[in-house]
Design a protein around this ligand. Sequence first.
Ligand code: ZN
Length: 185
Amino acid sequence: MFCRSCRYGIEGLNAGRCPECGLPFDPTDPTTYVDWRYKPQALIGFGAAFGVFGLANLGFLGALQPSYGYSQSAAFLALVGIGVIFGTIAAILAGWHRWWLVRLPLLLVGVFCIWAGLFLASDHGYRVWQRGPNPPDEAFADTAPLGFLLAGWIPGGIFVGLVFGVALLLFRWQRARRNAGSVAR
Ligand SMILES: [Zn+2]
């Protein structure tokens, strides 16, 4: 028997509130507790991570199509933007969920989204630049994509870590307030 909300072990306890998170349960009512702990959590985590991954890839694919009117920065910002949006979504979902089996795949996908966004943005940015009229020599010295390919996970990790931390604190604060409210009532 585990708490429905936090999966704390409540086997053998009398009906009442979960000692860990305060959610009420009753051993005589099977809808108030769960009898599994990890497996569905991992499934939820990988499912959510896979969903974010798929949507991010659709976004990247879409953002690789337009010509951007030869504007290197427009192409760059569009692709970075998509990476940041999905990295943020993944980090917030990870912060919202309490379980590391769910958080970890989401965090990894979040870092991947930003990494892929940076790499695709700089690579595609150079291509758009090269297609323009009279591209300067610098447009062909594309060392930036290689740099992002090798080191893009560093800014990705920092960004996702920060968003995750903020989301974690906000959701924790919100839950603490809700728990305090239900105890007072
Ligand atoms: Zn609990």
